[in-house]
Design a protein around this ligand. Structure first.
Ligand code: 13P
Length: 252
């Protein structure tokens, strides 16, 4: 079984002093953790402040996006080596908000995933269907395309550091969580696809996170699903008590 990963995506929230304070509370509440990994992803401008607070703690630092060139004339972008320099060990790529509002495509996702791997970052590749796609019976087709296209530029060994996050768009920020059965059905299919791409033992070790309205009162049942190896948490990761309860989910 892979070590579960509980990750907080802070999206466009917190000035750096607030982010540092939030990270401090989370780090303190994670001191006892043994069998699971925790990551938080603040905005770019808070990375340095949060890295300082997390140094020596059990909580890893991640970024919410990355550009695929290392350096050059690309005004406004932040590269993978810069994220490593800022203290990151993870990066979220292809979040549905980036696909919806910032013209992220499978093509740009693939470039970002490969660039992150070259710099030694663990890449969290987000996939997930919209409500229309689910209602049209297209969920499996959509997530398969996003996964396969997202890794086309990734060399085979890179699959071992990959983390996949299944985030149904209709569950993000809506309070409407996927049921454990809905989550497990998609996670099991993602695992099957990974098994066609790599040694099945290694595919079993790839962490597949669920994201979309994960809260203290639904995390235990989601984490009880055999193919759910963690959570990618938005809103609840901004509330220390809620996020710490999620991190300390109870095993059934
Ligand atoms: P919520 O937990 O707020 O639904 O957000 C999920 C998400 O988008 C995490 O990346």
């Amino acid at each position: 079984m892979p070590k579960p990963l509980l990750a907080g995506n802070w999206k466009l929230h917190c000035l750096s002093a607030e982010a540092a304070a939030l990270a401090g509370e989370i780090a303190k509440g994670c001191e006892d953790l043994q069998d699971r990994q925790v990551m938080v992803a603040p905005t770019f401008t808070s990375l340095a402040a949060v890295a300082g607070v997390l140094r020596g703690s059990k909580v890893a630092l991640g970024a919410q996006d990355v550009y695929w060139e290392d350096t050059g004339a690309f005004t406004g972008e932040v590269s993978a080596p810069m994220l490593v320099d800022a203290g990151c060990s993870f990066v979220i790529v292809g979040h549905s908000e980036r696909r919806e509002y910032f013209e992220e495509t499978d093509y740009t996702v693939a470039k970002k995933i490969a660039a992150s791997y070259r710099s030694g970052l663990s890449q969290i590749l987000c996939v997930g269907e919209t409500l229309d796609q689910r209602e049209a019976g297209e969920t499996m087709k959509v997530i398969e395309k996003q996964l396969r296209h997202g890794i086309v530029e990734l060399p085979a060994p890179g699959l071992e550091s990959l983390v996949v996050a299944y985030e149904p768009v209709w569950a993000i920020g809506t309070g409407r969580t996927a049921t454990p059965e809905q989550a497990e059905e998609v996670h099991a299919r993602l695992r099957e696809i990974l098994c066609t791409l790599m040694d099945p033992d290694k595919a079993d070790a790839v962490r597949i996170l669920y994201g979309g309205s994960v809260k203290p009162d639904n995390v235990d049942e989601l984490m009880a699903c055999p193919n759910v190896n963690g959570a990618l948490v938005g809103g609840a990761s901004l509330k220390p008590d809620d996020f710490l309860r999620i991190v300390h989910y109870e095993e059934s």
